[in-house]
Write a protein that binds this ligand. Structure first.
Ligand SMILES: Nc1ncnc2c1ncn2[C@@H]1O[C@H](COP(=O)(O)OP(=O)(O)O)[C@@H](O)[C@H]1O
Ligand SMILES: [Mg+2]
Length: 294
């Protein structure tokens, strides 16, 4: 099992978590999407969420980012409740996410995609922008520097000549990288990654695992990641949370959670063919997991 390069410091007595979900519940009509979900994520921790399709993982992200309002429970970020705040305000608090289905501007260049994501945090008024007053011009310069720095973080993958290419010309893996770059452009403290390795080959999957570690080690980010690929989960997580039918069925280290009987059963019960095709399943050696709803 690959250990994260620099695990977060162990929990300190009285240390406040950066993110706390407190008895979160959400129903869609008769469907229980989340039930009494508790989760605490500390500063600079990498926590993975696993579970079969439909378990409620993306719904957790939608509640944290203000897209869905929970039926009950609380979401606290840096000590304050953020439930009921609109998504753009939550983003300004320092929470950014990527989507399971990518949301890039396909006809815009790589650089423009990242620049567009920086504008949510600009302070210049529309009048200042239209008249290109000093504050607007200063912010535009700063955003360019920021976008360049962010793209440089991805090394050769999003480097140089690729900046001016339209997003549609990128490989699928590079589109996923660009989606992460856009999330970084809002200067988050907490990054939510929804299936970052979906559709990637083993080499790309290995790279994304390393990238997640670097995002924490070099950019001091706290990361909550939804992932089906057990190589990624094993390789980057300080802690793993397993969900099924909106309920937490296990939480702890990768080995403990992946071999937990409730987790094995959740995968077996739902997708026996996929499990048979992947010796070891979620409980054995890391496997190249699949997701049905890319
Ligand atoms: N907007 C919605 N309206 C109705 N049902 C939804 C909505 N969003 C999610 N669901 C349902 O909630 C459950 C959890 O979905 P989701 O969080 O996307 O699962 P996961 O990401 O774990 O695959 C599923 O049964 C899904 O169909
Ligand atoms: Mg999902």
């Amino acid at each position: 099992m690959t250990a994260p390069s620099q695990p977060a410091s162990p929990p300190q007595e009285g240390q406040q978590p950066l993110l706390a979900l407190d008895k979160l519940s959400l129903g869609f009509g008769g469907l229980r999407a989340l039930a009494d979900l508790d989760l605490q994520v500390r500063d600079r921790e990498i926590v993975s969420m696993i579970g079969p399709n439909g378990a409620g993982k993306s719904t957790v992200f939608n509640v944290i980012t203000g897209i869905y309002r929970p039926t009950a429970g609380d979401v606290r970020f840096a000590g304050g409740s953020i439930v009921g705040r609109p998504p753009h305000i939550i983003a300004r608090h320092g929470i950014a996410r990527t989507f399971q289905s990518l949301r890039l501007f396909m006809n815009m260049s790589v650089l423009e995609n990242v620049l567009a994501a920086t504008y949510g945090s600009t302070r210049a008024s529309p009048v200042e922008s239209v008249l290109r007053l000093p504050r607007h011009r200063r912010e535009e310069r700063q955003n360019r520097v920021l976008a360049h720095d962010i793209l440089a973080f991805f090394g050769q993958r999003l480097a140089g000549y690729r900046w001016d290419q339209p997003a549609y010309s990128l490989s699928y893996a590079n589109r996923r990288r660009l989606e992460i770059a856009r999330a970084l452009a809002t200067k988050p403290k907490l990054l939510l990654l929804d299936e970052p390795a979906a559709g990637m080959n083993p080499t790309e999957t290995h790279e994304i695992t390393e990238l997640i570690g670097r995002l924490r080690d070099e950019l001091d980010l706290t990361i909550l990641v939804i992932e089906h690929d057990m190589h990624v989960v094993a390789g980057c997580s300080d802690r793993v949370l397993a969900l099924d039918h909106g309920v937490k069925i296990a939480e702890g280290g990768f080995d403990t959670v992946a071999s937990h009987p409730a987790v094995v059963e959740a995968y077996l019960g739902r997708d026996p063919e996929a499990l048979a095709a992947e010796p070891g399943g979620p409980g054995g050696s890391p496997t190249q997991g699949g997701t049905k709803d890319r």
